[in-house]
Design a protein around this ligand. Structure first.
Ligand code: SF4
Ligand code: SF4
Length: 441
């Protein structure tokens, strides 16, 4: 595709593996009888429990209150009864208290005509409050509370708003389907955001492997008379990283340790924009999200709208089960997701995919010593030296690893993807960051 943009340094080209699900229309997943709803589903402080065992809940009842500025409330995805409150393990390996709900009773929303609320008369502050109360967080995987991102600090201004429709992780196809099937809803979501942060310029970044989405978005933007630029981007991983996306679109760099707003930019993933539309237009809290279920070991890959708290085992079963014994089950995409071993792992707000990968799809050669080949350095889009960083973290030299840019690592997995020695570089960097933060206090 002519005129595509990208960031200048590094990046890799994993096979995109989207062909088995990219043509599958979005559909509602079956709702299970038992749902496990964790309270730590977002970046920041976990929600504070707001129910007790035995309580009856409705679809959308508050289960957990926001417990600070960087926090988000959690709502019941179904009507039913609180059966139990206990700790569970999440797809990212962390532990969280969770509310176990047994579904019973009538749904207030599902299967019923939804009342549309006219939001155009509301102020930016009132819209922001609705987003905050609805528990909206970044659905691209970062799970940063959206009301915090949209609270522009004093002295700063949102000059550019970017809808992130890149979806550069292999296998994942939900944002692609959203842009094709929910175009108007997404664009109304953008209008809501426009009213809150009042950017001077709005862009939608889409990778060139989704020409149909580029076409549909351009057509509807022009028909609605909106001033939004669709920016086709070169197919290169991790194009969807927000700092690299801004670099590709504007040529500007977010400073080391800084945030996009430091250079006047705000980025939200397409799925997040859709949830904002639902929260504001239908006053619907974030109780479900879209998930791609795919991988070579899944019989019938699909793009499903899933209630938070549904187990990944239920989703796999709904997609026909396994066609062969998977080598690895991953929650999220294959580059940044986490391997899980328990099919009871619940879908949470940050779960973009559930992948069952065959041995052919998983590189499983044994780890060896570093070959000093330099491939990881070439692949790093942030210009870091992953081999040196890993050695520093491995030798517990956290201060030195910080001096070498550890905090600038985007945890994109490009270095690990090209490493012939199969060194678990990203896992090392994630651990290193946690330890460095702990040391700092
Ligand atoms: S994971 Fe970090 S070090 Fe590795 S390529 Fe990505 S940004 Fe660079
Ligand atoms: S790619 Fe792997 S083997 Fe090569 S220098 Fe980096 S860490 Fe070492």
């Amino acid at each position: 595709m002519k005129g595509t943009k990208t960031y200048p340094k590094g990046g890799v080209h994993p096979p995109d593996s989207k062909s088995r699900s990219e043509h599958k229309a979005l559909k509602n997943a079956l709702i299970p009888q038992i749902l496990t709803v964790p309270l730590a589903q977002h970046l920041g402080k976990p929600a504070e429990i707001a129910v007790q065992v035995g309580d009856e809940v409705r679809e959308g009842t508050l289960l957990g209150k926001s417990s600070g500025f960087i926090s988000a409330p959690v709502h019941s995805p179904v009507p039913g009864k609180v059966k139990e409150i206990r700790d569970v393990y999440l797809g990212n390996g962390l532990k969280s208290p969770a509310v176990i709900i047994e579904m019973e009773g009538e749904f207030d929303r599902s299967g019923k005509e939804q009342e549309r609320h006219d939001w155009r008369g509301l102020s930016g502050e009132e819209l922001l409050q609705l987003i905050s109360e609805s528990g909206i967080v970044g659905l691209g995987g970062a799970t940063f509370p959206t009301h915090v991102k949209f609270s522009i600090p004093k002295g700063k201004k949102a000059e550019l708003f970017v809808v992130n429709g890149v979806e550069c992780e292999p296998y994942l196809t939900i944002d692609h389907r959203l842009m094709l099937e929910k175009t108007d809803e997404l664009l109304e979501g953008v209008e809501i955001i426009q009213k809150i942060i009042q950017p001077e310029r709005i862009a939608v970044g889409i990778e060139e492997n989704k020409p149909d989405a580029i076409e549909v978005m351009e057509k509807r933007i022009s028909e609605r008379g909106m001033n939004i630029e669709v920016v086709p981007l070169e197919l290169k991983y991790p194009q969807g990283d927000e700092k690299l996306l801004i670099k590709a679109i504007t040529g500007q760099e977010v400073p080391s340790g800084g945030l996009p707003i430091d250079i006047g930019a705000v980025v939200s993933n397409a799925g997040t924009v859709y949830s904002i539309y639902e929260a504001v237009v239908f006053r619907k809290p974030l109780i479900e999200r879209f998930v791609t279920v795919s991988g070579g070991a899944i019989k019938d890959p699909s793009n499903l709208k899933v209630r938070i708290g549904t187990s990944i085992g239920d989703l796999i079963e709904e997609c026909g089960g396994f066609s062969e014994v998977p080598e690895k089950i991953v929650v999220g995409g294959p580059m940044t997701g986490t391997a899980v071993y328990d099919l009871d792992t619940p879908v949470i707000k940050g779960t973009s995919g559930v992948l069952a990968l065959t041995s052919k799809e998983v590189k499983s050669s044994r780890r060896t010593a570093c070959l000093s080949c330099g491939r990881c350095i070439e692949a790093c889009p942030m210009g870091l030296n992953p081999t040196i960083l890993f050695k520093l973290v491995d030798h517990l030299k956290y201060d030195e690893s910080l001096d070498n840019g550890l905090m600038d690592c985007r945890e994109c997995g490009s270095c690990g993807f090209v490493c012939p020695a199969r060194i678990p570089l990203v896992q090392g960097f994630k651990l290193g960051k946690r330890m460095a933060r702990k040391k700092k206090g």
